[in-house]
Design a protein around this ligand. Sequence first.
Ligand SMILES: *Cc1c(COP(=O)(O)O)cnc(C)c1O
Length: 377
Amino acid sequence: METSNLSVKDQEVLNDLLEKVKEQTSLFLGYPVSKDFNYQGLMDFLKYPMNNLGDPFVTSTYGVGSRELEKEVVQFFAELFRAPVDNWWGYVTNGGSEGNLYGLYLARELHPKGMVYYSEATHYSVQKNLHLLNMSNIVIRTQENGEIDYEDLEHTIRMNRHMPVIIMANIGTTMTEARDDVGKIKTILKRLAIQHYYIHADAALSGTYSALIEPRPAFDFEDGADSIAISGHKFFGSPMPCGVVIAKKSNRDRIARSVAYIGSVDTTITGSRNGHSPLFLWHTIKRLGIEGLKSRALHSLKVAEYTELKLKKLGISAWRNPNAITVNFPTPALGICKKWQLAAENGSSHIICMPNVTTQHIDLFITDLEAQIELVF
Ligand SMILES: *Cc1c(COP(=O)(O)O)cnc(C)c1O
């Protein structure tokens, strides 16, 4: 690494950190982050203060940015998620959490007296977002696999039928990658004759590849979602956290109007926005295309199937949700969790077979597990 004007000591600090990052990256199975990217071709952009401040679809007087590419990224995801033609909008966020905040913000502006329903397995950031937005909310039970309990949802909505319904649906929960079925949720709303509702899909984890697999899970705009958030650093992979949120343009316009009152089209959560992250997403879209992304998804599913099988062969009760790349199993010894950076919750852990994970990685992990098992018996 070349850095100018640093003392030898400070340079050493950087070198040490780089070594540590390299090492930690190589053994990494527990978090949903792809590492198989090469954005070397974009290095020169680091020389410039790229900032897409404001709405990507409204030009800004600040010209050093990547708005044009950001718009292409947004369009790609709007089409992938079957957003209504000529009625979509979105932007590149700092991650899935910001996209979820945006979805809830839109929902609140449309239904200020709405009640938010979300399952126990919902990402921890959602509760904070609800707190920030001061929205009334009710937690719904989950089924064994992490999917929302539709009976509990129906029962709870029925008791609050006088209030508009805002649903935060999980398209891949953090722990077990369970998908709430947006089609089933819509059926419930219909059955209860709910007139005013909004469905946001937290597709941070599995949004992108859910659109590419068969059978296609019910989660997108055609299935009934009003907005969808994904994380860009997960399935796509990027050196810094980023994400995309897609919403209906007509809904976004209502927010834009209310803020136009203070003399601005400040439609995004933050003012200054990362002008580099759209480049990474754009680069991956162009490099892989739909077909490349699809084979990436199929590779992950295959490795997940392999992992589940291997663990079962060891006598470990591993399991997976349908079409999930997350393999769940009882939390192994602490040393193994630390080495492979496995998260643990209530005695359960998982390996997430992101596109960079290969069967060789899994074999190494299995060898560690075997050694551990021998140690115990
Ligand atoms: C990762 C994740 C989030 C948060 O996304 P960030 O990009 O980390 O902000 C939200 N929900 C789910 C289900 C996730 O997996």
